[in-house]
Design a binder for this molecule. Sequence first.
Ligand code: AMP
Length: 214
Amino acid sequence: MRLIFLGPTGSGKGTQAKIISSQFGLRHLSTGDMLRDVSKSETELGKKLEEIMTKGDLVTDELVNQIVSETLNKPEYKNYILDGFPRTRAQAEFLSEIIGEDYLVINFDLDSEILKTRVVSRFTCKKCHAIYNIELHPLKKEGVCDICGSTEFDHRSDNNDESITKRIDIYKEQIASILDFYSGKEKLYIVNASDTVENISKHIIDTIKTIDFE
Ligand code: AMP
């Protein structure tokens, strides 16, 4: 089973990717996480990525396509959720070339102003990567991760106002052409991302169950 989650930063696609991947035993492949790992390395490429990502720009299609195809070529990558890829029409076309047409695309649709509030107050557990939000999904016990008990958290360096606005603008520029690519193939499901986490998961699960994956 191959799922492709499309949506701007803050739309909740990462949270849903975690829930759905664990329920169906799928690998969760986030290009943002993969690129952040590379950006932490003390290499020329690492430094360049750090700069691009902090500003909220997109990394080149060439580099992201290469990272994704190297991963998806591994035999253990048969059933997965792609989170954050494709982000351009060229990436969508490349993806179809390498994986064929057996997939379902889920687009997380949400208003830009709600997105901004969500992203500014978002933080993640350093150890298990659980995603929290000061307003929408706070910690049950202050300073302690609900899932693994860790007391260390990450606030992403790209979650500043300028970077968020740029990421949302770039998303809006690119998404129409990506949706056009997928809607022509009738493999597209649109989810109302302002709904509750539980309802969104339910809608996605119900939809997945109607699809005959190879
Ligand atoms: P995310 O964690 O999905 O919000 O991604 C964080 C950052 O990684 C983005 O703002 C981009 O700079 C970069 N990135 C992630 N996925 C892609 C992609 N598919 N194409 C280009 N850049 C990407």
